[in-house]
Each structure stands twice: as structure tokens, then as C-alpha cells.
Design a protein around this ligand. Structure first.
Ligand SMILES: C[S@@+](CC[C@H](N)C(=O)[O-])C[C@H]1O[C@@H](n2cnc3c(N)ncnc32)[C@H](O)[C@@H]1O
Length: 168
């Protein structure tokens, strides 16, 4: 018997909070003036659980969805998984812990940035948030879907991995 514990996608908690992200995205889309399209950047998009939730809602309202992660393997997987959105999807490496300008990102281009369970994985949250802000256009919105408390499940799973306790 396959015993797979869903964590990010198809899990009750992840689905609930990705649904909250979707509601925020839908509200932004609903507020768009006629003919305007969004530039969206997802930080630490990883296995694509959040992207899978929001992409259908963005399909006709998005000029570009930048799917980024610090790890290239996620970008390669996502290119296959989200092939149906190829018209507006772009895939780029981005370490949100480092200055986006030094990684080839133009400043102030994104109307919307989305970050699900990634910002905690950086040592200095002030730097991380400043980098998110650099990427946003004036009035741009950062949607943060982030764990706020630790618990036994997290500690004996992710807590054993390098990087989980990176904060300084
Ligand atoms: C806990 S996973 C969440 C993945 C995805 N957002 C989701 O909810 O399915 C954290 C992700 O952040 C990425 N990550 C870790 N440190 C990062 C950094 N400094 N900059 C950008 N992404 C990072 C990891 O590669 C991983 O894909």
C-alpha cells in the first residue's frame, strides 16, 4: 500500500491556506481596470502547490507569472507541470535572501508577489522583505502565506533538514 502524507498540496491545511491566497489574488484581479494585466512573481514556488491554485484565476489577467525558486530542479518540474500556461509563464532562479538586482531582476516591475512557506527559510527577515519590496511596483502587493508557529510535526520532519532553522 502506498502511504503518502500530503503536506503542500492536496493536504487539508495547505489547501485551506492556498485557498486564502487564491481569494487575495481573485480580489486583485477583480479590481483591475479594463485591459490591464498583472505581472506576478512567486518566491520559493517549489513544488507548485500555490501556483496550481492561483494560475487558473490569473489566466486571462496575467501578462507574466514569474515562477521562481532558489533551486533549479523545481523550475524544470514546473515547466512540465504548467505547460498549459506557457503563454505567460516564465521560470527564473531567485534567492530572496540576496539582492534581486545582482541576480538580473529589474526593480519595481511586479504588481503582485506571492510567497508560500519560504520567507521563514532565510536568515534575516528584514532583508528578505526588503528584497520583496524592491521587486514590487508602487502600490504592489506581497501576499505572504507563512507558518507562524512551530509544532511537533514540523520539528520532527522539516525541522531535521538543513535550512529550517536558518534565522539569525
Ligand atoms: C517549504 S517549501 C515551499 C514550497 C512552495 N511555496 C509550496 O508551498 O509548495 C520552501 C521553498 O522555498 C525555496 N527556498 C528556500 N530558500 C529560498 C531562498 N533563499 N530564496 C528563494 N527560495 C527559497 C525552497 O527551494 C523550497 O522550494
Amino acid at each position: 500500500m502506498d502511504a503518502v502524507l500530503p503536506v503542500y498540496q492536496d493536504a487539508v491545511v495547505a489547501n485551506f491556506y492556498n485557498g486564502v491566497v487564491l481569494a487575495a489574488v481573485e480580489a486583485v484581479v477583480a479590481g483591475l481596470e479594463d485591459g490591464r494585466q498583472l505581472c506576478v512573481l512567486e518566491v520559493g514556488a517549489g513544488t507548485g502547490g500555490t501556483a496550481a491554485m492561483v494560475l487558473p484565476a490569473l489566466q486571462n489577467a496575467c501578462a507574466q507569472y514569474l515562477f521562481t525558486d532558489v533551486s533549479e530542479v523545481f523550475l524544470l518540474q514546473a515547466q512540465q507541470r504548467f505547460a498549459e500556461y506557457a503563454g505567460f509563464m516564465r521560470y527564473e532562479l531567485l534567492n530572496i535572501d540576496a539582492d534581486p538586482r545582482l541576480q538580473g531582476f529589474a526593480l519595481a516591475q511586479q504588481h503582485l508577489a506571492i510567497a508560500t512557506n519560504v520567507l521563514h527559510a532565510t536568515p534575516y527577515i528584514c532583508n528578505t522583505l526588503a528584497h520583496c519590496r524592491q521587486l514590487l511596483s508602487p502600490g504592489g502587493l506581497l501576499v505572504v502565506n507563512e507558518v507562524l508557529e512551530t509544532n511537533a510535526f514540523a520539528q520532527i520532519t522539516f525541522g531535521m533538514t538543513d535550512g529550517w532553522w536558518l534565522f539569525a
